[in-house]
Design a protein around this ligand. Structure first.
Ligand code: FAD
Ligand code: AMP
Length: 480
């Protein structure tokens, strides 16, 4: 087989592998280069998402949730469990098995779609040539009509808490603890910090989240963020806002963290493990030859236009390495669109409708604009909220914390955003995402027949509440 391809993808995370599969489906001769290796040195696909991100974190979130439910909630249902125990190595081994299965699935999909997997490091040279250094160090030059860069992101390190992969870890290390730390510190109460803090908190750690910002989940709808903070605090998570970590000192098997609190006073706290979760940054190390023609922006992302084209002709970039939210599904969508554009089609990514989920319990999920954003845009809007406490199914299962909030344009009634904290929020928000894709109004959602009893009735009721028509709750607005 010649070394000239229609498409070479660098990176097999959810952006890259999806782009490669779609390109191959469209009849393009496609290769996907991946440098990730397993502990035996074998190349594996799936990137951050499958290996150290979405999938392993959800595996541990689900295991720890099951434990927590059995320990704390079953008795209310008349079920006694006796003395419970946790086998952390078994939990981690199950997570590893899930990861292996999913990553193997990508390799199988490559085979089925005739994508050529190439294991090693890819470097973009001038003129759409790619230098491949395989895992044995052997180099070859490949050529392509189009190159798609999907090199992803890595955790941000901060000098005040350097990761030693023993006492101080990043998100990857926090998926590998061999026992439950008694005292766990988390720097950064963002999505990943809250998820990992929840995993170990449910298993028994005393968790303290130190967050520099004064507002909790500042980019989220603040009504939902405040409700979430209340619920998490009730669950025992110690979230300290306005607390900026300024130093750390490892003493044997513990770490003393210094931080400035909201009042500007210096404070100290000692932990058995510290997880640094202060964000992720685009990864481009070793990816671009100096004359590749691809530019980076001021944040270190590969610069692309709305269609994911870089400055170099025939070179595209997608996923975490480009602007926009660092979410697996955002990168996958860009992957499909770029592959189809290469094949001559004209699709677009709808960046306005990208759902966002935090997999704590209850889940937090949103799509579209927040109330704060709509207000700042100067638009007139109406809001409908509905609590899960008034949803029969939620009361029956014992998951009645939280609410659904829907924001609609005051004149056209078009749905502008939906924000949920509550049971199955990740799936519920998707119903509104679909409605928004079809340009639905709050009335359209409210007039849709929802099955009873379901959690999703909260979506219907919140949509009805936008116009003061909710049935199972007194309406603030009285409208005919
Ligand atoms: P990546 O998944 O980072 O993949 C990039 C790949 O490129 C890597 O495999 C890397 O080895 C490879 N690569 C880089 N440079 C080269 C090179 N020169 N040659 C060859 N290969 C190269 N997102 C969600 O949407 N939902 C979640 O629930 C979620 N949970 C998360 C939980 C955690 C703990 C973390 C850390 C992240 C989570 N994310 C989640 C974010 C998600 O993982 C990323 O948004 C997603 O993986 C980005 O996909 P990507 O394909 O752009 O990059
Ligand atoms: P995210 O970007 O969602 O992963 O969240 C990362 C969080 O870490 C942000 O909310 C930051 O405010 C927070 N953060 C960054 N640096 C520090 C620090 N030194 N101390 C405490 N929090 C921090």
């Amino acid at each position: 087989m010649s070394d000239k391809y229609d498409v070479i993808v660098i990176g097999s995370g959810p952006a890259g592998y999806v782009a490669a599969i779609r390109a191959a489906q469209l009849g393009l001769k496609t290769a996907c280069i991946e440098k990730w290796k397993d502990d035996k040195g074998k190349g594996i696909n799936g990137g951050t998402c499958l290996n150290v991100g979405c999938i392993p974190s959800k595996a541990l979130l689900d295991s720890s949730h099951k434990y927590h439910e059995a320990k704390d909630s079953y008795s209310a249902h008349g079920i006694s469990t006796g003395k419970m125990s946790i086998d952390v190595p078994a939990m981690i081994a199950r997570k590893d098995k899930v990861v292996k299965q999913m990553s193997g699935g990508i390799t199988g999909l490559f085979q089925a779609n005739k994508v050529t997997p190439l294991y090693g490091t890819g470097k973009l040279l001038k003129g759409r040539k790619v230098e491949l250094t395989d895992n044995e160090g052997k180099q070859q030059i490949l050529e392509a009509e189009n190159v798609i860069l999907a090199s992803g992101s890595i955790p941000v390190n901060i000098p005040v808490a350097p990761v030693d992969n023993d006492v101080i870890v990043d998100s990857t290390g926090a998926l590998e603890f061999t026992e439950v730390p008694k005292r766990l510190g988390v720097i950064g109460a963002g999505v990943i910090g809250l998820e990992l803090g929840s995993v170990w908190g449910r298993l028994g750690s005393k968790v303290v989240c130190l967050e520099a910002m004064d507002d909790f989940l500042a980019i989220m709808d603040q009504q939902i963020a405040k409700e979430t903070q209340k619920i998490l605090t009730k669950q025992g998570l110690d979230i300290r806002l306005g607390c900026r970590v300024t130093g750390s000192k490892v003493n044997g098997k513990e770490v003393e963290v210094t931080y400035t609190d909201k009042a500007g006073k210096e404070q100290k706290e000692t932990f058995d493990k510290l997880i640094v979760c202060v964000g992720r940054r685009p990864f481009t190390e070793g990816l671009l030859a100096p004359d590749s023609g691809v530019n980076l922006d001021e944040r270190g992302c590969i610069y692309v236009n709305d269609l994911c084209s870089t400055n170099a002709p025939g070179v595209w970039a997608i996923g975490d390495v480009v602007r926009g939210p660092m979410l697996a599904h955002k990168g996958s969508e860009e992957g499909v669109v770029v592959a189809e554009r290469i094949a001559g089609q004209k699709p677009l990514v709808n960046y306005d409708i990208i759902p966002n989920v935090i997999y704590i319990q209850p889940e937090v999920a949103s799509v579209g604009r927040t109330e704060e954003q709509v207000k700042a845009d100067g638009e007139e809007y109406s809001v409908g909220t509905f609590p899960f406490l008034a949803i029969g199914r939620a009361v029956a299962t014992g998951d009645a914390d939280g609410m659904v909030k829907i924001i609609a344009d005051a004149k056209t009634d078009r749905v502008l955003g939906c924000h949920i904290v509550g049971p199955n929020a990740s799936d519920l928000v998707q119903q509104v995402a679909i409605a928004m894709e079809f340009g639905a109004t709050a009335e359209d959602l409210g007039m849709t027949v929802f099955g009873h009893p379901t959690f999703s009735e909260a979506v219907k009721e919140a949509a009805l509440a936008v116009n003061g028509h909710a049935i199972h709750m007194p309406n603030k607005k009285k409208r005919k």
